[in-house]
Design a binder for this molecule. Structure first.
Ligand code: FMN
Length: 323
């Protein structure tokens, strides 16, 4: 798949997730064969007002040396901030700029940003136009099916994005009202695919190679982005790549899972410092051991872990009891 001038490697990409797709998480996904990744979302207005940034903003803008094709995601509703942020950030080492028209969070939507733009096609047009004008990189747009089930307009917004020069569109096939519940409606992705000629990236509920292939088969989409399916499971990308190459796939053993959590925790500690990293790791640990025997007790205990050493002891002990 191509995004403008960018040729992407085979396989699925990592969808943007605020609070999740930080630099260490993306690096683990790239290691396992993610074809591309997108940062957590950054406020265009926040950046233009305070380009020196807060620690959180700096963290979003940092890129690991070993990362693959990486998009920076901007959100906002003011064309002038979007244009200015896209202009200034085009030179920061990212490969493309992605515009968020999918975030359902109240505080974002309340400002008319994120998925609220799905209700304002003309404003959405101006936002894409501004991003394309400001950016020297390809611009992609991430949309939802629509605002609610009575206003499914992904195909209309995708056409607008294409008309304004977007290089690809990612469709999370849920409405804003659905938030993250229920099943993604793949018929909407198929409809978008019929409506535009730019690449369409299908998104929603892909957690395995089987889901990856059925997403492509049922929608005709050009690429697939994986969100929650990569939480605690960066191997999902390796599984998809193995299937693409017709190779057998062996899921990671408990020891491999625990080994990866501990490495993730060390990367996180290098990145954020140990105390903050341990708090961040709570959710990753929970995702990684989900479904394993005794996971609930580990989840409980990890909440009071404050050092790498204590996390190492907790998980090594857990592994010993598992075997
Ligand atoms: C915790 C979390 C944070 C998210 N943050 C973003 C975000 O910053 N920008 C965005 O476009 N989508 C965001 N999403 C949506 C995902 O990119 C994706 O569209 C959605 O989760 C559906 O895909 P999935 O079923 O593979 O998870 C987020 C999703 C989750 C679960």
């Amino acid at each position: 798949m191509r995004i403008g001038t960018l040729e992407l490697p085979p396989g699925a990409g990592l969808a943007p997730m605020a609070g999740v797709t930080d630099c260490p998480m993306r690096r683990l996904c790239f290691e396992n064969g993610a074809a591309w990744a997108v940062t957590e979302m950054l406020s265009a207005k926040g950046y233009v007002y305070a380009p020196q940034g807060t620690r959180a903003m700096d963290a979003i803008l940092a890129r690991g040396g070993d990362e693959g094709v990486l998009g920076l995601q901007l959100f906002g509703r003011d064309p002038e901030y979007i244009e200015e942020a896209a202009r200034r950030l085009s030179g920061r080492g990212f490969d493309f700029v992605d515009i968020n028209m999918g975030c359902p969070a109240h505080k974002i939507v309340g400002n008319g940003e994120g998925s609220a733009l799905m209700r304002e096609p003309e404003r959405a047009r101006q936002v894409v136009r501004a991003a394309v004008k400001g950016s020297s990189l390809p611009v992609t747009v991430k949309i939802r099916s629509g605002w609610d089930e009575d206003s499914v307009n992904a195909a209309q917004i995708a056409r607008i994005a294409q008309d304004e020069g977007a290089a690809a569109v990612t469709v999370h096939a849920r409405t804003r009202t659905q938030m993250y519940a229920g099943r993604a409606d793949r018929r909407v992705i198929a409809e978008v695919k019929r409506a535009v000629t730019i690449p369409v990236i299908g998104n929603g509920d892909v957690r395995s190679a089987e889901d990856y292939f059925s997403m492509i088969r049922e929608t005709g989409c050009d690429g697939v982005a994986v969100g929650r399916g990569a939480q605690g499971n960066p191997w999902v990308f390796a599984e998809i790549l193995a299937a693409l190459k017709g190779k057998p796939w062996t899921p990671p053993s408990p020891a491999e899972r625990i080994g990866l959590i501990l490495r993730h925790a060390r990367m996180q500690a290098d990145w954020l410092g140990e105390p903050l990293a341990m708090r961040e790791m709570r959710k990753h640990v929970a995702w990684s051991i989900q479904g394993m025997p005794g996971a609930a007790r580990v989840r409980e205990k990890v909440n009071s872990v404050e050092s790498l050493e204590a996390l190492g002891e907790l998980l090594t002990d857990y592994l010993r009891r598992l075997s």
